[in-house]
Design a protein around this ligand. Sequence first.
Ligand SMILES: Cc1ncc(COP(=O)(O)O)c(C=O)c1O
Length: 405
Amino acid sequence: MSKQDFTRFYAKRTRLMRASEIRELLKVVESRDVISLAGGLPDPHSFPREELAEIASYVIREYGEMALQYSATQGTRVLREALSKFMAKFMINALPDNILVTTGSQQALDIIARTLIDPGDIVVVELPTYLAAINVFKLYEPNFIGIPLDDEGMRVDILEDKLKEIYSSGKKVKLVYTVPTAQNPSGVTMSIDRRKYLLELAEKYDFLVVEDDPYSHFLFEPIPFKHLKAMDSSGRVIYISTVSKILSPGLRIGWIVANQQLVSIFERAKQSMDLHTPTLNQFIVAEALRRDIIDRHLPRIKEIYRMKKNIMLEALEEYFPENSRWTRPAGGLFIFAYLPEGIDTKAMLPKALERGVIYVPGQSFFVDGSGKNTMRLNFSYPSPEKIEEGIRRLGQVIKEELALK
Ligand SMILES: Cc1ncc(COP(=O)(O)O)c(C=O)c1O
């Protein structure tokens, strides 16, 4: 081992930290002329730049003494009150005391995993599910159970079968993690009946439900849904959300809503992570909420994403081979495509890159290692021309790959 090889200093848990496939891909794109359908970035035109510039200077001038100071781990009172009002519009009743402000909802996932998951605990996720959630949960060494999705979200009937099996062998499920509305990566939304069914199972089998909800605030197609948290009568739903997709991801403001006892252990965990979320950013978001900037901007964000999603759907119809299928999302940033069996999207990626287009191979979103023939396609960031051209190039690569089979 060379002296320059520092792996000898790594902690055991460091081996569980996988480099995110998406981040590695994004690095490639930054250095080349490639159309990226791989990222998950909001459209930069959706940021209310002028208003935020004005608010940033206003809060520093008016509230500088507090806004530039350390603040409480739970989050500033003014932001928690503003979030409580914001969520009331979505029928989520959350008192400021039940809210913990986090540094992005990614930190919320880490806090939840850190405080609740012991090695060997059973954690249920959707097949596919959000990659960064898998990666953070993994550090706490759970046993994952994956439940397939269809157009109505998680197959809760399959979950029930699994639960019966697990409980009859004397084990328990600790928590179910779901992105029920405009899911990442698939874009599907769980039906109201399935949501009720999931909560019934949570009661019957005594597990927690983590509802990760970055996308419901800007659904661009009208679909019926109700937050799990709004249907939760026993406090077993832990709700997390973020301003990343409705205001700006660079602000890194997310939050958790949970039962009081859980909020206080989450607060304890957060304290050792970063003391608190940047106070200045909390003041900016609270003021943006007070001025209704998010509500005023949402129609514009929805319009941009609806238009881009439709362009991608049309291009898929035109350029992808017949025996492939894809989701038709009502919100979010992604379409998930299922290619003919036998195509390995990971192995195909270098060929796509050669043609100047990249995507995220779907397999890493499946905790059971399935999904080899799937891919996640982002429509929020690329321009309409790039979406169409990217799908055209990708269609060609897939058809050539099929011709080789
Ligand atoms: C399902 C899901 N959860 C959490 C996050 C993390 O968001 P944040 O920027 O708030 O950390 C994302 C971001 O894309 C996401 O899609």
